[in-house]
Design a protein around this ligand. Structure first.
Ligand code: GLU
Length: 320
């Protein structure tokens, strides 16, 4: 597999960046999602790169195409349009199946017989990272003779993974402590998020993955999966989460404010962009502007989230 880190970094340095925003269509994009989308667009555009929108609708039980259309429309209203046709993960099952076959042939997969109840019991155990409970490897010793439509997990190779996050700096995690062996295929026939995201980032030649800090803890497991599939490693940037006053988390399904609601409330697109641009360090003051006007002043070393201090997010808070 060679030196994948070096290969990934070299690719990023030589060519123009390819960034992506990859929402799951489970609801309306909220301000935190819009901020991540804008940052990924600015990061790519400020270095003459390409920006791709990907709809992560692999979980058919939670996703709705009406939400996907709404998300695409809301992003376009901000001036963020995909440089490639929008990829939908629901169209990519063949590629995920092929990836599973390769992983199986290399001995990385095992079938997991744990019930939801078994896993829920584990969820009551305390854990360092919010919301993440590592799978303890209950079924890991089992042999998988033939690939079958079952719950399938990736047997993580041992050891820590180090990467440099564009926002958080040097990171080092043992994925066994965070996710445990990730689920790649579900018993109900759906391919799982970890598989789809890694296969598609590789397929689309993504060189930088921007997403919310709530996904920081899955990065090490995804890097291991990339390595197993022989895919290059993109750069990662985990942006601070925009919180509601009082610290509550925004959710796509929680009725958080989206562009259309802000618009209906008399707040214009230029004003939204001004606030988001200010929160990303592109503007000294949150003055109304167009997305294109923020491109020249975007730089990672100006993004206030760096080092974990989201100092300018409060300018968004009053809208929530
Ligand atoms: N689809 C995921 C979400 O909407 C994001 C995945 C990623 O950016 O890696 O939360």
């Amino acid at each position: 597999m060679g030196n994948l880190t070096a290969r990934g970094e070299k690719m990023g340095a030589q060519g123009a960046p390819v960034g992506r925003f990859a929402p799951s269509p489970t609801g309306v994009l909220h301000l935190g999602n819009l901020r991540t989308a804008l940052a990924s667009w600015l990061s790519a555009k400020s270095r003459d790169g390409k920006w791709i929108l990907r709809i992560e609708d692999v979980d058919l039980t939670r996703c709705r195409s009406a939400w996907a259309e709404r998300q695409i429309r809301d992003l376009a209203a901000l001036g963020l349009e995909s440089d490639e046709p929008v990829l939908r993960q629901s169209d990519r099952c063949e590629a995920y199946g092929e990836a599973l076959e390769r992983l199986h042939a290399a001995g990385f997969l095992y079938a997991c017989a744990c019930s939801r109840r078994d896993l829920a019991l584990l969820a009551s155990a305390p854990h360092a990272e919010d919301g993440l409970r590592p799978y303890p490897g209950t079924c890991r010793q089992g042999r998988l003779e033939a690939l079958r439509p079952d719950a399938l997990r990736f047997r993580l190779p041992e050891g820590e993974v180090a990467w440099t996050d564009l926002v958080l700096g040097d990171q080092r995690d043992d994925p066994q402590d965070l996710t445990g062996d990730p689920l790649l295929h579900r018993r109900d026939g759906c391919f799982a998020y970890h598989l789809a995201v890694v296969v598609d980032d590789g397929f689309q030649g993504i060189t930088e993955v921007l997403r919310g800090a709530d996904l920081r803890g899955v990065t090490a497991a995804q890097i291991r999966l990339q390595e197993a599939l022989g895919l290059p490693r993109p750069a990662y940037a985990h942006l601070a989460l925009v919180q509601a006053p009082g610290g509550a988390r925004l959710g796509k399904r929680g009725g958080a404010l989206g562009v259309q609601e802000l618009f209906a409330g008399g707040i214009g697109i230029p004003e939204i962009l001004g606030r988001l641009g200010h929160s990303l360090g592109c503007l000294d003051r949150p003055e109304p502007c167009a997305a294109q006007e923020l491109v020249a002043s975007f730089a990672w070393d100006r993004v206030p989230d760096r080092g974990g201090s989201p100092s300018r997010l409060e300018t968004l808070g009053e809208w929530i």
